[in-house]
Design a protein around this ligand. Structure first.
Ligand code: KG4
Ligand code: ZN
Length: 338
């Protein structure tokens, strides 16, 4: 039988990405991260759209060349339809539609949040795939959800944040600590060298499987204000301990809800996705949970955690097998439920 080559295109936020999969295996996975947002301390939508427009052709060209194929060998094009920033999504959507038309091959729309979870199905040596049903924990800059995944495309959100996403809380605390954007990876780095019990932060009292991170953010703000009045160098002198204490609290919040989710559903297979699943504290806690609670946990390869196009392409691969193609008149969707 013939090889299935899927080109994935991702442009929902501030990363322009393209990947080629052959029969579900990675051939290339290119990400152009936009540096421009650093100086603004967050993603500027207008600038993100422009950078996507500048990057999209070279990134796709590189992905196809690195895969060692010609664009005429592609079987289909999968793209992120949403959720995300409208201006950013429009660039990827329009380009995918035009390219599919020019090559006369199927076009496949992909939900970004589904893709973060289905990234676990990329064929990868040494990585096991989760068994259905599993609980997905999607933790990123825009989302914090617990999802019951019954099948590739049967997903139900059973818990989510009522305010800030966990990555957003990391980035906002990073800002308070005078760290460059995005603060998440840096807080994680310092946290690994600090004392997690140095400063206790309150954990929110939220019902069911839902989350809240705005209270933690506010208590960090008041805590830092209070301490800096006594010692103007408080942050510099205690950075590692502050980061470790913050991370300890976040990991505790996430793990407590997962435990509740497992109890409620009886499902003990857990897979994580989204940028914050790169976090060392989250990874350690989930690995330990296998021994401690008898769960089976799945942690994706680092490059499939933050935004990438390989995860878009794997969803495209599974939709291709089911012949789930999109119409040429399809449009981007900034808000797109699972
Ligand atoms: O999935 P992603 O690349 O983009 C969104 O869809 O949001 O996630 C980006 C988020 C940012 O908030 C970033 O600070 C966070 O993931 N992040 C981390 C780490 N690496 C990335 N947060 C905590 N620890 C990390 N190691
Ligand atoms: Zn994402």
């Amino acid at each position: 039988s013939q090889n299935i080559y899927i080109l994935g295109i991702e442009s929902s936020c501030d990363d322009t990405a393209a990947a080629v999969l052959c029969n579900g295996k990675i051939k290339s996975n290119i990400v152009a991260t936009q540096k421009i947002h650093e100086e603004y301390g967050g993603v500027v939508p207008e600038l993100a759209s422009r950078a996507h427009q500048q990057n999209i052709v070279p990134v796709i060209d590189q992905a196809i060349k690195k895969a060692g194929i010609t664009k005429e060998e592609l079987s289909a094009i999968a793209f992120t339809r949403g959720p995300g920033l409208m201006g950013s999504l429009l660039v990827g959507t329009s380009f995918a539609k035009s390219m599919a038309m020019a090559l006369d091959i199927p076009l496949i729309e992909v939900n970004h949040m589904q893709a973060h979870l289905l990234a676990h199905f990329i064929e990868e040596d040494g990585f096991e795939k989760p068994n259905f049903p599993f609980l997905g924990l999607t933790i990123s800059g825009g989302h914090t959800q617990i999802v019951k995944v019954t099948d590739y495309f049967t997903m139900e959100v059973i818990g989510e944040t009522l305010d800030d996403a966990v990555g957003e809380a990391y980035d906002k605390c990073g800002k308070m600590l005078n760290l460059p954007y995005p603060g998440g990876p840096l807080i994680d780095k310092y946290a690994q060298e600090g004392n997690p019990k140095a400063f206790p932060f309150p954990k929110p009292n939220v019902k069911n499987l839902d989350f809240s991170f705005s209270g933690l953010k506010t208590s960090m703000l008041y805590f830092l204000e209070r301490e800096q009045k006594l010692n103007p160098n408080f942050i510099e002198e205690n950075l590692k301990d502050i980061c470790a204490s913050f991370q300890f609290t976040v990991v505790k919040i996430l793990m407590d809800k997962l435990k509740k989710g497992v109890k409620q559903t009886g499902v003990k297979e857990i897979a994580i996705g989204g940028g914050v699943s790169a976090n060392s504290g989250v990874r350690t806690a989930l690995t330990e949970a296998q021994q401690k609670f008898g769960w089976k946990t799945y942690i994706p390869k680092f490059e499939y955690t933050t935004d990438n196009a390989a995860m878009i392409a794997i969803v495209g691969h599974h939709k291709y097998l089911k012949k789930e193609f999109s119409d040429a008149s399809i449009t981007a969707k900034a808000r797109y439920a699972l």
